[in-house]
Design a protein. Structure first.
Length: 326
């Protein structure tokens, strides 16, 4: 199976001006020892592009040159540990080391950032570590501001720190939030997004969806997209739509899918209208009502033989993942 190897584009939400300055000055993004931190570390890849998102503005365009997860990150610069009232301590083990490509500060009200701005508006705020934008947004960002010449990395040296590969488990007792994290729906969503990003897998998926008039190479697989009715977990759309933008929507459930999930997905489909050429519900199990009343909604079972007695890296989970018809 061959990956299309087309870079994705993400906007990384920054909580305050101090953190924004640290990111810009050190050309580095840091994420906490939480499921959201582990999620973004798995979601983005070396070679992808990012911009920083703060106060309704996008800052710069960067290429990810390296990503590392470091042990004992509470001592690693430039971020200081954060202690909450609950007593829980957060630090920043997940790091993206960045190479600047373009320098700009642009308002999200620009038409070029409409895809992201709509997501934020319908969400009522950031409430996420990062947002994936489409290829049209990346092409626009690649023409904003001015290009940045080659500059030496300004990230503090992390060579002295031992690194780790985050692992996931379905057993709460094995979770330590240092290097082992709970297997949550956002991780499954990212697994399926990356699975479908492989051309062979996407071809089989489109066949099952009866979407035969478009090739996998013409599509991009995007993460969560906000709609007035809620959030579609995965949006598959044409990279360069002409006339109409054909889309396929996918809803993902870790465990059993219920009738309300079918009804929700049908609302999304109706809201998008004629441009929605397919809707699919992916889950581990399905209630009898879902199977009987799915009608215009396709359903697929994901297979992931996770043992409660083991932990798994993201890549191990991706190798195990398969989608099956009932």
């Amino acid at each position: 199976m061959k990956n299309q190897k087309i870079p994705s584009y993400f906007l990384i939400a920054v909580s305050n001006r101090e953190n924004l300055d640290l990111c810009l000055n050190h050309m580095m993004a840091g994420f906490p020892n939480s499921i959201n931190g582990a999620w973004v570390f798995c979601d983005v890849e070396v070679g992808d592009f990012v911009s920083f998102l703060y106060a309704a503005h996008a800052y710069g365009l960067y290429r990810i040159r390296k990503k590392v997860a470091i042990l004992n990150a509470e001592r690693a610069p430039p971020w200081k540990p954060l202690k909450f009232r609950s007593g829980r301590m957060y630090y920043f083990p997940f790091r993206l080391l960045l190479e600047p490509v373009r320098d700009f500060k642009e308002s999200l009200i620009r038409a070029e950032f409409a895809y992201v701005a709509e997501n934020l508006l319908l969400r009522g705020g950031y409430a996420k570590t990062h947002f994936q934008a489409d290829q049209t947004t990346l092409q626009s960002a690649s023409q904003l501001g001015r290009p940045v010449g080659q500059v030496p990395p300004r990230s503090p040296s992390l060579d002295e720190y031992e690194t780790f590969t985050p692992k996931f488990t379905s057993d709460k007792k094995r979770v330590n939030m240092s290097d082992t994290f709970p297997f949550r729906e956002v991780i499954l969503q990212t697994l399926i997004r990356k699975y479908l990003s492989l051309s062979d897998n996407l071809s089989r998926f489109l066949q099952y969806m009866d979407v035969m008039d478009i090739s996998p190479q013409e599509l991009e697989i995007l993460g969560e997209k906000a709609l007035p009715e809620g959030h579609v977990d995965i949006l598959i759309k044409e990279r360069i739509p002409i006339g109409k933008a054909k889309v396929v929507i996918v809803e993902v459930k870790v465990h059993r899918a219920a009738l309300k999930d079918i009804e929700q997905l049908r609302q999304y489909k109706d809201e998008i209208g004629t441009e929605c050429v397919g809707a699919c519900l992916i889950a581990e199990k399905f209630s009898r009502k879902v199977i009987l009343l799915k009608r215009d909604i396709k359903i697929l079972k994901y297979k992931l033989d996770i043992s409660k007695h083991k932990t798994y890296t993201f890549n191990e989970l991706l190798e195990m993942l398969s989608l099956e018809e009932l």
